[in-house]
Write a protein that binds this ligand. Structure first.
Ligand code: SAH
Ligand code: SF4
Length: 428
């Protein structure tokens, strides 16, 4: 028995196990084993279905100065843009009509009232143009509890906020020490989002200078300790003209070999996270494809089950470059859709069109354990659960938010004969 097969046979992974798996190098036969085991767990626990979240990058204006990011505030050569509400709703409509099931609204970070109102309006508008049926993930950074609650009430039900690095020490080397980039604040935001009832996603950049396999193992343990529902992580990619990017380049850390190492680490992290966390949603991020043409497919094979095709307006794509060499900049959304569906098939998955593809972990944590491939089951609304969304077998959900404490929910059929049941959305 190899060391890895011994690790795989265990139910609980230690920090050493995780670090060993993450650190496996390209060409090592144990990497195949890791990937296959992760794919098996994916098939058993979440199914071989890839769900799409159309990624709307609606503004690159940001008040932050993260040292690695291509749209950081001080990057003066970036042409700044803001999509209008009509543009966002037009994209959302296209996404809905193309059966994507969900969108992600992502932008630079702003906390001013105009921005908060705008996001709220966009959320309500997206629900309106999609007849309440598009699922919405937000990814717009650190906000107050009040803001997170307003957006939740307006229709967002998933939130993605990467911790970037679970070690506060390493985090401090990636951000300016100006009092506006605090690990403790980011960590507190994730806890607040969970308390409100969002499905919460986090993640890290992989292959950062100074980051070890043990750090990455700690990242996975951090996801687990926090009860995270979704993971969005990917390799760090140099953005020239940023303090970190220029440093990495000067130190020889941007060679083909170094990028390849980050890519392999990225795949290993997906596989190890799937094996350790089992029923969470894991994205095969665009950054993987930035380093390898088949990056996202290999991510799916290593255990990921979410894809985030870019649906940003073509004229804004080049201005939203968090890192160099971002793929799909020249493509239209139609081209992206065709190309991606082929990639998913190559990876052996089907596409979960018209479905929210919510995190099974979220329901599992609340004592609801939907069988694979079924969005949710019947059940009694338990203590603290306040919001219920009726949903049919196609996963097209209506946004009915009902105080149903203590009531028994039974599946029934709608007028079209479709199976209707309910999912429990929030607990507080
Ligand atoms: N402003 C929001 C959302 C947009 S940035 C936020 O920061 O949360 C989304 C993600 O892009 C960040 O979380 C970061 O992990 C990633 N990112 C930024 N620069 C990157 C780079 N050079 N390489 C890889 N990922 C990067
Ligand atoms: Fe702004 Fe997000 Fe980039 Fe940081 S990572 S500079 S918050 S867009």
């Amino acid at each position: 028995m190899t060391r890895l097969s011994d690790i795989i046979s265990r139910d609980e992974w230690t920090r050493e196990d995780l670090a060993y798996a993450v650190g496996l190098e390209e060409g090592d036969p144990e990497r195949e084993l890791l990937s296959e085991a992760a794919h098996r767990v994916k098939a058993e626990r979440v199914g071989c279905v890839s769900y799409y979240r159309g990624l709307i990058e609606f503004s690159n204006i940001c008040v932050k100065n993260c040292l690695y990011c291509g749209i950081r505030k001080s990057h003066s050569s970036v042409h700044r843009f803001e999509s209008t509400l009509d543009e966002i709703l037009g994209i959302a409509k296209w996404t809905y009509e193309n059966h994507y099931g969900s969108v992600v609204l992502q932008s630079g970070e702003r906390t001013d009232p105009k921005f908060i109102d705008f996001v709220e309006e966009a959320l309500r508008g997206i629900k309106r143009v999609s007849d309440g049926k598009l699922g919405i993930t937000l990814c717009v950074g650190e906000q107050t509890e009040e803001t997170y609650r307003r957006w939740f009430e307006a229709g967002a039900h998933r939130y993605l906020l990467r911790i970037e690095e679970s070690s506060p020490e390493l985090y401090s080397t990636l951000h300016p020490a100006d009092g506006h980039h605090l690990w403790s604040v980011r960590d507190a935001c994730l806890r607040t989002l969970k308390k409100i009832g969002y499905q919460v996603g986090t993640g890290v950049m992989i292959g950062l200078p100074g980051q070890t396999a043990e750090n990455l193992a700690d990242d996975i343990l951090y996801f687990k300790a926090l009860g995270i529902d979704m993971i969005g992580m990917g390799p760090y990619i140099v953005s020239r003209g940023t303090p970190l990017g220029d440093r990495v380049e000067a130190e020889g850390g941007n060679t083909d070999a170094a990028c390849r190492r980050r890519f392999i680490l990225g795949l290993n992290m997906i596989a190890a996270t799937r094996l350790a966390l089992k029923d969470v949603n894991i994205a095969a991020t665009t950054a993987l494809q930035g380093l390898d043409k088949r990056g996202r497919e290999l991510g799916l094979k290593a255990g990921a089950n979410i894809l985030m095709p870019i649906v940003t307006l073509p004229e804004h794509r080049a201005d939203y470059q968090l890192y160099d060499g971002k793929p799909c900049i020249e493509d239209t959304s139609d081209q992206c859709k065709r190309c991606l569906t082929g990639r998913v098939r190559w990876a052996g998955d089907t596409v979960g069109f018209d479905s929210w593809g919510d995190s099974r972990h979220y329901f599992g944590e609340r004592g609801i354990n939907p069988a694979p491939h079924i969005e949710a089951g019947e059940g009694t609304v338990g203590a603290g659960i306040r919001t219920v969304i009726p949903i049919c077998s196609e996963g097209r959900a209506g946004i009915g938010r009902l105080p149903l404490y203590g009531r028994k929910l039974t599946p029934r059929r709608n007028s079209g004969g479709r199976f209707l049941t309910a999912i429990f959305l929030s607990a507080w």
